[in-house]
Structure formats: structure tokens, C-alpha cells
Design a protein around this ligand. Structure first.
Ligand code: 5GP
Length: 194
């Protein structure tokens, strides 16, 4: 097991509805050494690409994006969630359905911070059905920015998102892929990625 899988096995909690809680170290209380290490791993995976910006979605993606950006020495842009959008033409907008809250949000990025000269790495904490990533990719497309790669901390391989994103041709690298998880026994099985 790699360090992400080990930490999930130790501290992850399986909830009903295919939800894995990792709020003791990743997205509520944050273990900064662990998140630093995630940033380093994303740098290792994508340092061969000409990345000049990291794109993520608030809120859980921000710390991960920051940790990666320290290594690439580039800025982070995070898409903001909003129930309503002022269609003034100065933002890129996409609709994203939240996996955990089941409600739709508009996500927006200012046109000042993303354009056709950008080569971006998209990062997020989880990949489930792929709605959040597709929203971010659509914003990148609207900006004519080039998506160099996508880095995910925890992909849930039994949900459709990973397959959808890979079939679209993106270079998707997940630090862990949960193949199966059992709420009654607490057992988590990871995909062997070697
Ligand atoms: P997707 O859009 O791929 O269906 O879901 C990804 C988003 O939903 C992520 O940004 C993440 O915040 C949230 N998410 C999806 N699955 C889980 C999960 O099992 N646990 C937690 N904590 N968040 C999840």
C-alpha cells in the first residue's frame, strides 16, 4: 500500500450511500504533512508537463492545490460555487451536481484568471461520478486553456467518473483507487496500479 492507501485504511470511515469520510485528515481537519506529501506526489506525476496554473474547486480542493502549486511554483485558481450567477460575461460558468449534497451549484471562474495561454493541472480530493471534474474541464474548454493533467487523491473506482474522464482522453492520475468498500465490515479494497 502507498501512503494514501495506508492512511485511508487507518482513518477512513465508510458511510452509507458510497461515501468515504476522510475528514480527520483531508477535508475537515487537515494533516498538513500528509497534504504536503500529496503535493509532492502530484509534482512527481506531472512535472514533465508545462504546467503554469493549478485549477480546483472550493472548498476541499484548495489545500491540495496549494500543496501542489508550491512545487510547480505556479498560482492556484479555484472555481467558486454559487447558487445564482450574475451573467455579466466576465466569468466562465458551469453547472455541477454535488455528489455529497445532491444539489446543483453553478461554479464560476473569473475570465481574468484563465485564458488560452494557460496549461493547467486540475486537482481535487475525490472522484466519484465525475461531475466536478467535467465542470472544471468545461470551464477550461471555455477559456481555451489546455488541460495537461488531472490529479485526484481518492478515486472511487466502483463509480463511473474515472472511466468517463479517461475515455475523454485526459491524463488522469489518482493516488489511490478504492475498488470496493463495505460499510458493514469496514473493509476497503484498493486497485493495484503498478
Ligand atoms: P463527483 O463530482 O466526481 O461525483 O464527486 C466529486 C466531488 O464530490 C468531490 O469534489 C468531493 O468533494 C465529493 N465527494 C465525492 N465522493 C465523496 C466521498 O466519498 N467522500 C467525500 N468526503 N467527498 C466525496
Amino acid at each position: 500500500m502507498n501512503f494514501v492507501e495506508e492512511r485511508i485504511a487507518k482513518d477512513g470511515v465508510i458511510k452509507s450511500g458510497n461515501v468515504l469520510k476522510v475528514d480527520s485528515f483531508l477535508n475537515h481537519q487537515m494533516d498538513v504533512d500528509f497534504i504536503d506529501r500529496i503535493g509532492r506526489e502530484f509534482y512527481k506525476g506531472f512535472s514533465c508537463k508545462p504546467i503554469n496554473k493549478i485549477l480546483t474547486i472550493e472548498a476541499s480542493g484548495i489545500a491540495i492545490a496549494y500543496a501542489a502549486a508550491r512545487h510547480f511554483n505556479v498560482p492556484v485558481v479555484f472555481a467558486k460555487k454559487s447558487r445564482s450567477v450574475n451573467i455579466s460575461g466576465d466569468t466562465y460558468v458551469s453547472e455541477v451536481e454535488s455528489f455529497t449534497h445532491k444539489k446543483k451549484n453553478m461554479v464560476v471562474v473569473s475570465k481574468r484568471f484563465l485564458n488560452e495561454t494557460d496549461h493547467i493541472l486540475i486537482v481535487d480530493d475525490f472522484l466519484a461520478n465525475g461531475c466536478a471534474l467535467q465542470g472544471l474541464c468545461s470551464i477550461a474548454d471555455s477559456a481555451h486553456a489546455h488541460v495537461e493533467g488531472i490529479g485526484i487523491v481518492i478515486e472511487k473506482g466502483f463509480q463511473i467518473g474515472g472511466q468517463v474522464i479517461r475515455n475523454l482522453g485526459y491524463d488522469l492520475q489518482s493516488l489511490s483507487i478504492v475498488e470496493a468498500m463495505d460499510e458493514s465490515t469496514g473493509e476497503i479494497v484498493f486497485r493495484n496500479q503498478k
